[in-house]
Design a protein around this ligand. Structure first.
Ligand SMILES: NC(=O)C1=CN([C@@H]2O[C@H](COP(=O)(O)OP(=O)(O)OC[C@H]3O[C@@H](n4cnc5c(N)ncnc54)[C@H](OP(=O)(O)O)[C@@H]3O)[C@@H](O)[C@H]2O)[C@@H](O)CC1
Ligand SMILES: [K+]
Length: 473
């Protein structure tokens, strides 16, 4: 606990310096719950008090950590037992830094209730310019530590100082956006070899990228077949094929009614059937488009018999066979996933999927066998062997029409380039899908850092994004 408290105090001191230029004389208010999480906050408070910080602990439970309380009092800090939420709100708002030590990994389901819940709700509703910086101890209090669920009020952290190793709830939606900057403090604890949820970094994505060898030719590099678009939605076909071409693949075949438009925009694309190493089904395909449905259904037979990897997006999700291999990747958003699950006898709404994205994606994986990439502010991928990836590199600007078509084309190109590998190693597909999500987000940044992006702009930024990723690895 001592090491945890020192690291936490250090993080709070850095926030004080950033806000006021110095640590001495800063005001820190600790929100303290009943367990060891509150104990960490109290011990850190004692360290800060000895560095000349004014520290007040608001005790939000009948009992708080005895040793921590004694340490803070001995260092000259104050402890106020909260029985009036108005007074607590007032004290908390006067802080430079608020330390959230209400609950950590011992939190039961159901979130914060009672006085602590009321206090947090009010503090979170008043986060204006001058509001205190919030540092969460181990986790923002009250999140579902193992599944990222949010079932009650949570104080959104600017920084979370977590101990031993990251926790799934810190990177999984919907709680992930409450974490702020994540700082992991190594306490030398023995941890499981494989973390439960993985977030790929740039170098991981670079390692997964299908880089051609010196003797590569277009067929060894992979051909991706794209069944997308219609007269009514020609843009989706252009975007998906463009992304596949620009991500770097041996060849792109297009099947559909707008081949003329696709070739006008991307002369590299070959129109018409032929052998492929991977498929992209569905962008811009509507359920009433009989010709495209037939093409997709026919191609699915190939997927089931020959075993080509495939990306199943948008309109093709409804055509998914009952069970498919793991190297088939579904790329729904929450609404599409709700429909897919409901069609398979698990009635859920879009809102329920948004509330429980991990549970929903897992269920879809179990029901279909496919790897499931659930699009969102944090993109989740669930694949073989229970692998879970949570990628959050994408700027919010990427939530724009056509962005999903680009992701589908990009992922199709990656799967075509690594077709043999993903068929051989079922766990690889989820990693490749997570890498595609990372590259997609990076390309959005590259296309216009910090500003609005277009789907076409994201596709056009792919070559530069991939080059930089490989160069830095
Ligand atoms: N373990 C380690 O390796 C290390 C752990 N460390 C630290 O310890 C923290 C974990 O401490 P912890 O186990 O004492 O749990 P914590 O989160 O403080 O809360 C438990 C208390 O809260 C109560 N309670 C629960 N849910 C509630 C709710 N919804 N509403 C109201 N009350 C609720 C619960 O009550 P009960 O369930 O017993 O009735 C119990 O009294 C961890 O996050 C980290 O900070 C690090 O210092 C070093 C390494
Ligand atoms: K906490």
């Amino acid at each position: 606990m001592e090491r945890a408290a020192f690291a936490l105090a250090g993080a709070v001191a850095r926030e004080l310096r950033a806000r006021r230029g110095r640590v001495v004389g800063g005001v820190v208010v600790l929100l303290v719950g009943p367990g060891n999480n509150g104990g960490d906050a109290l011990h850190a408070g004692a360290v800060l008090r000895r560095r000349g910080v004014d520290v007040l602990a608001l005790a939000l439970a009948d009992r708080v950590h005895d040793e921590g309380r004694a340490a803070l009092l001995a260092a000259g800090g104050r402890v106020l037992v909260v029985d009036d939420v108005d007074i607590a709100v007032d004290r908390a708002r006067g802080a430079d830094v608020l330390v959230d030590g209400i609950l950590g990994i011992g939190a039961r389901a159901g979130g914060l209730t009672g006085g602590a819940g009321a206090l947090v709700e009010r503090l979170d509703a008043s986060r204006d310019e001058g509001a205190p910086v919030v540092v969460a101890v181990d986790t923002p209090s009250g999140i579902g530590v193992d599944d990222g669920s949010v079932s009650g009020p949570v104080l959104r952290a600017d920084r979370t100082v977590t101990f031993g190793g990251s926790k799934p709830g810190l990177v999984l939606p919907p709680a992930a956006h409450l974490t702020g900057v994540l700082e992991v403090v190594d306490l030398g604890l023995a941890l499981p070899d494989e973390p439960a949820v993985v977030r790929l970094e740039d170098r991981d994505a670079a390692a997964l990228w299908p880089v051609p060898g010196p003797d590569a030719h277009k067929y060894t590099r992979g051909v991706v077949g794209v069944v997308a678009g219609a007269r009514r939605y020609p843009g989706a076909a252009v975007l998906a094929t463009s992304a596949a071409v620009l991500a770097g693949v041996g060849m792109v075949r297009y099947l559909g009614d707008v081949g003329d438009l696709v070739v006008a925009r991307r002369p590299e694309v070959v129109v018409g059937p032929g052998r492929v190493q991977a498929w992209v089904f569905g962008p811009g395909v509507s359920p009433d488009d009989a010709a495209q449905r037939r093409r997709i259904e026919h191609a699915f037979e190939g997927v089931l018999h020959r075993g080509e990897p495939a990306v199943v997006d948008a309109g093709a999700l409804e055509l998914l066979p009952e069970h498919v291999p793991t190297h088939v990747v579904l790329t729904p958003h929450a609404g599409e996933l709700a429909r897919l699950l409901s069609d398979r006898g698990h009635r859920v709404t879009r809102a329920e999927v948004e509330h429980h994205p991990l549970r929903s994606a897992r269920l879809a994986h179990e029901l279909t066998g496919a790897t499931v990439l659930l699009k969102g502010h944090v993109t989740l991928v669930v694949g073989a062997g229970g692998a879970v990836y949570a990628q959050a590199a994408a700027p919010a600007w990427l939530a724009t029409a056509g962005a999903g078509d680009v992701l589908a084309g990009l992922l199709g190109a990656m799967l075509a380039g690594r077709a043999d590998d993903v068929v051989e190693d079922p766990t690889l597909t989820a990693a490749v899908a997570a890498a595609a999500a990372l590259v997609h987000g990076r390309a959005a940044d590259v296309s216009n850092p910090g500003g609005p992006v277009t789907a076409r702009g994201v596709a056009l930024a792919l070559p530069e994004t991939v080059r930089a990723l490989l160069a830095d690895a």
